[in-house]
Design a protein around this ligand. Structure first.
Ligand code: G3I
Length: 300
């Protein structure tokens, strides 16, 4: 196949990108996106600060712009994200205790009701662990260690039709403390019946020509717990072709690795644009990393 989405679809997978609503008027951006991808994630527009700017007052206009753009083109959408220490609206940042716990539940219910039945998956909880595998301290963590499972139980009840994911960065190296911490939480959730369907590995890679240690082992180990895995925010410093090929190959080698999403279209669209980490250059041309990914998808 000659596009990323079609090549991934040959093995039942998807290939996605982050989309920014502010760029939907840029025809180079939209033509690449519509051609190459069959999944999108809103880069910022479905986060808590965007969707509930004032308590009890929800705002879905920017998120809906992205959803509608994708849906009209037959492109699926991942929701990102419902509960996170960052990008909380100001009113939420100043809450704690049972008041914050209730606000989290209300937020999940409000946002998921709006998108009920429409999204392929939700990143229910994002980035809740420290590098050593302990829980990250935040106002949410301060409401009690069970906040993550409460978020997942609330999400399942709010929309039983969508897949519920835990999403984090630096959980790609199997020998890393954070990976092990997240792994133990997923193992615990599965053993106790806490509803969780997938783990998103953000896959923000930096430097070098090889992948973080035993990346494929990490994918297959999570999958063996009974969850899907996905690479959710891929970018690689200088778009190393060997790292891009390797991460794609690792996903293809694991049956429950259901798809790959890059965190932006062109280098100029990236949150780390000075590192040229994406598959298209700022002019919209496909880079050599694009070819290495496409070949790995087609070989699967
Ligand atoms: O839209 C405002 C604009 O009105 C204002 O003038 C400007 C001035 O700062 O800011 C604009 O908002 C920025 C927004 O991106 C849109 O460009 C925010 O400041 C900026 O903080 C925000 O950054 C986003 C970042 O998450 C925030 O945490 C990035 O775009 C986004 O790529 C990044 O994505 C995260 C994932 O959600 C989670 N994993 C890590 C990943 C990379 O940091």
């Amino acid at each position: 196949a000659s596009t990323l989405g079609a090549a991934a679809a040959q093995s039942g997978r998807y290939f996605g990108t982050a989309i920014a609503a502010s760029r939907l008027g840029d025809s180079t951006y939209t033509s690449i996106s519509a051609r190459e991808f069959n999944m999108v994630t809103a880069e910022n527009e479905m986060k808590p600060d965007a969707t509930q700017p004032n308590r009890g007052q929800f705002s879905f206009s920017a998120g809906d712009q992205i959803y509608n753009w994708a849906n009209q083109r037959g492109i699926k959408v991942r929701g990102h994200t419902l509960a996170w220490h960052s990008q909380q609206p100001g009113w939420m940042q100043s809450l704690n205790g049972s008041n914050l716990r209730q606000a989290m539940i209300d937020h999940i219910n409000g946002v998921m009701a709006h998108y009920k039945g429409k999204l392929a998956a939700w990143d229910v909880v994002n980035e809740a662990f420290n590098e050593d595998g302990s829980r990250r301290s935040s106002n949410l963590q301060g409401t009690g260690n069970d906040w993550i499972e409460v978020a997942f139980r609330t999400a399942r009840a709010a929309d039983p039709s969508t897949k519920l994911c835990y999403n984090d960065y630096n959980i790609e190296n199997w020998s890393y403390g954070k990976t092990q911490g997240v792994y133990r939480m997923i193992q615990d959730f599965k053993s106790r019946g806490v509803p969780i369907d997938c783990v998103g590995l953000q896959t923000h890679f930096t430097g070098g020509s090889s992948l973080p240690g035993n990346f494929q082992t990490t994918l297959s180990s999570f999958a063996a717990l009974g969850v899907d895995v996905a690479l959710t925010e891929v970018d690689v410093t200088n778009a190393s072709t060997s790292q891009y090929a390797g991460l794609t190959q690792a996903c293809m080698n694991v049956a429950r690795c259901i798809g790959i999403t890059v965190w932006g279209v062109r280098d100029s669209d990236s949150w780390r644009s000075s590192e040229s980490p994406l598959l298209f250059n700022s002019g919209g041309g496909a880079k050599s990393a694009y070819t290495s990914v496409l070949n790995a998808l087609n070989a699967a």
